[in-house]
Design a binder for this molecule. Structure first.
Ligand SMILES: [Zn+2]
Length: 368
């Protein structure tokens, strides 16, 4: 027996499970993908697929409650943007705190309803604090620098009203095990703990986040000064994940911006099996791949942003993105709307990029 140190032995060969699981993915996955050829067939498929997806992520178990909005704070930031802090209730005893960034009204646009973005957060940015650009918090300033994370503030500076919520398990919504003010706890999230509470009950983290975003859309409808007929959603990484499911299931989202979250499940969530628990929905892969879910957004305006060296694309890199995009583009093709899908590719690793954002907003006809 070869000894590595005084307390273990060296194992020379491992009998791990991945090869078997990959074979099972090929055998069992994606049995409910679209296999028709017309827009009418696609819409019939989408109705069924949305019902399946809603059940898989546990939407049927969500409580319906009154939003009961509470305004906690209204401040004028140095850049002239008004920041409201409001919380709404999304389920029994579940509250969604959010920063709402409201830039000054452009001259001559006083009578127009304002365009609103929802900007859900990804991991490791303390929830809404990075997205809303709270760079006065040093740990958040570092996260903003690392991932260009303040996309909520970037949109507000372009003139849009932007809602930056804490999603479940992030920021002020961390569950007990991740509460605390030390930097590690502050930046992280309690997705793992949420998933363990939810999944044996038939709920999922994705379902909880999607439901909360639907409630934010309900809230937008209560603000008469905002245009609730043209809601946009933009998220990076875990925020991209939330944007994907929310837009797939809720037609009120008219313009969809998903960054760093479009790739095939097998490479990116099975081979990369150490990803955060919030990504994993029991039984989902049996029914759909990610492109099938993305296709449900057709023919609304959709930007998918990918970085060439993003490790989350999996070992085959952008190939794993292109395969899913092809499924999405096929759906848009049924509507003759291929030009409404923009694939915005950047060099480098996992990061949000706003270099082409103004141009893409214009292409989608989105003026603040
Ligand atoms: Zn997570």
């Amino acid at each position: 027996m070869e000894q590595t140190n005084s307390r273990t032995i060296k194992i020379n060969r491992y009998y791990d499970s991945l090869p078997n699981m990959k074979a099972k993915f090929d055998r069992f996955a994606r049995k409910d993908s679209f296999d028709g050829s017309t827009a009418a067939e696609f819409e019939a498929w989408r109705t069924r697929a949305r019902a399946t997806l809603s059940a898989l992520i546990g939407l049927e178990k969500m409580d319906s409650v009154r939003l009961s909005p509470v305004t906690e704070e209204v401040v004028m930031l140095d850049n002239g943007i008004v920041r409201e802090k409001i919380r709404i209730q999304s389920e029994q005893e579940v509250w969604v705190p959010m920063y709402i960034l409201i830039p000054p009204v452009k001259e001559g646009a006083e009578q127009e309803k304002r365009k609103v973005f929802i900007a859900p957060p990804g991991h490791q940015g303390a929830g809404k604090y990075s997205v809303a650009g709270c760079g006065e918090i040093p740990a958040v300033a570092d996260a903003i620098k690392k991932f260009n994370y303040d996309y909520g503030l970037q949109l507000a500076k372009r003139g849009f009203v932007v809602i930056c919520p804490d999603c479940r398990g992030f920021g002020e919504r961390r569950d007990e095990k991740k509460q605390g003010d030390d930097e590690e706890a502050f930046l992280t999230s309690s997705c793992f703990h949420l998933a363990h509470m939810a999944e044996p009950l038939g709920e999922t983290v994705i379902g909880m986040c999607t439901w909360d975003l639907m409630k934010i859309a309900d809230y937008i409808e209560t603000r008469a000064e905002w245009d609730s007929t043209d809601i946009s959603c933009l998220g990076f990484s875990g925020g991209g994940m939330q944007t994907l499911y929310f837009a797939a299931l809720d037609e009120r989202v008219r313009n969809v911006f998903i960054s760093g979250y479009m790739y095939g499940f097998k490479d990116s969530l099975m081979i990369l099996n150490g990803n955060c628990s919030c990504n994993y929905v029991p039984h989902l892969w049996e029914h759909f791949d990610m492109g099938d879910i993305g296709s449900m957004i057709a023919p609304r305006s959709l930007m998918i942003q990918s970085c060439r060296d993003d490790h989350l694309n999996g070992p085959r890199g952008l190939c794993n993105v292109y395969e899913q995009l092809a499924v999405i583009r096929d759906a848009y093709g049924l509507y003759g709307a291929e030009e409404r899908v923009v694939h915005d590719v950047h060099e480098g690793g996992h990061c949000w990029h706003d270099e082409h954002l103004t141009e893409i907003l214009r292409r989608f006809g989105l003026e603040p």
